[in-house]
Design a protein around this ligand. Sequence first.
Ligand code: ADE
Ligand code: ZN
Length: 319
Amino acid sequence: MKLPLVELHLHIEGTLEPELIFELAERNAVVLPFATLAELRAQYEFTDLQSFLNLYYHNLDVLRQAADFTDLTRAYLSRAADAGVRHAEIFFDPQAHTSRGIPLLTALGGVADALGTSVPDFGISTKLIVTFLRDRPANEALQILREILASGYTIDGVGLDSAEVGYPPELFEEVFALAAANGLRRVAHAGEEGPPEYVWSALDRLGVERIDHGIRSLEDPALVERLVRDRVPLTVCPFSNVRLRAIDTLADHPIVRMLDLGLLATVNSDDPAYFGGYIDDNLAALDAEFGLGPDRLALLARNGIEASFLDPAEKAALG
Ligand code: ADE
Ligand code: ZN
């Protein structure tokens, strides 16, 4: 039987597969700068986070109507169900769409439509986490959060993503304070390319409950002690770390060291359409590389359940 998997670090925009890019381009009469799938796929060689983000934002141009966002989200849910995912806490980047003229509620509404039937259609419960682009002004994030809160759409949390270095978490204190005041859960990407100080700041200035990536936390023993003591989950994405060159090769990945240190590390897929696979592919590759075996694979699955924003009864039903 498949392990009941929980996905906690998944950008819905990062599930936009090359085939769907071409399909949506045709639907919306968007002229792509790539003639063939092979030409597009040839772009998927990254030197760092920014080189990936450039292509990631560019490819979103094909998402125009609410139905496009619904189709994108349903395609992810279908693939996730095949992987054994039973619960997914999904990131959505509103500014990646509003900044190119797509109305906020067109994009959000399209994603929300698919999530609304994820349990009957795919057997996957979901939560929606709106992530703000840290390389855009905090005021813009604040405005978008206010619009969402007034919109009648329900979201579960807020997060912080995009280019990390030079954009420390504390720039977004007011945004996260507003989120907290409205009962939203809080997460942030930190320690992906940025230093351990950004992880401290995400915890202490933004009050986040989970750290996305967090791999550079290992450089700071006091931070590791804090994360272990408070059981702060780290949503680690091995394929992403290798493809964005944060880590040289999968064999160098610190996931086993993290577990051995007692960190509440989870395995996730980040942007699976870009990094070579989904959560099951990440786990299978780690198993092949490190010989994780059934016990540590089960530990990772349990960590995912514990780190989720499900309530205790829902966690028990999964575990
Ligand atoms: N947006 C999509 N994927 C991301 C990542 N790995 N880091 C930061 N921002 C992102
Ligand atoms: Zn991410």
